[in-house]
Ligand binder design. Structure first.
Ligand SMILES: [Fe+2]
Ligand SMILES: [Fe+2]
Length: 137
């Protein structure tokens, strides 16, 4: 589902690794939601949701520190996108997942896909040259 390509690289090794990890979490969610055996997957979906949350918090604070340490001029607007991602993931109601597992799982997959497209491939990409020029690889 979520496949890493070389042009997704921001040319900073640690951040690329973290982005790949987020792809992995997206893929495990996709796998769970795609199984059509009618078995209740509530616990698994909630577990993936929590790992997405935890990993996003970790990755965002890492990225934000690199930006602040290097005086990245577009830090504020970048951070706002991170914050809205967290708010959105946090707003997913676990009781609702219980009733509408497939629907919420699929919505979340679409949300992650949009995030990759609009944040990693656009907003994150904007710091690539700036940070590389500062010697961050
Ligand atoms: Fe990122
Ligand atoms: Fe970012």
């Amino acid at each position: 589902m979520f496949k890493w390509k070389d042009n997704f690289s921001v040319n900073i090794e640690s951040i690329d690794e973290q982005h790949k990890e987020l792809f992995k979490i997206g893929n495990s969610l996709y796998e769970i939601v795609s199984i059509k055996d009618g078995v209740d997957r509530y616990d698994e979906i909630v577990e993936v949701l929590h790992s997405l949350m935890d990993y996003a918090v970790y990755h965002f604070s890492f990225e934000e520190k690199v930006m602040v340490d290097n005086g990245y001029p577009k830090f504020e607007q970048h951070k706002r996108q991170h914050d809205s991602f967290i708010t959105k993931v946090r707003s997913i109601d676990e009781e609702e997942i219980d009733e509408m597992q497939k629907k919420i799982g699929m919505d979340l997959i679409i949300f992650i896909a949009n995030w990759i497209e609009n944040h990693i491939l656009k907003t994150d990409m904007e710091y690539k040259e700036f940070l590389n020029d500062k010697g961050v690889y």
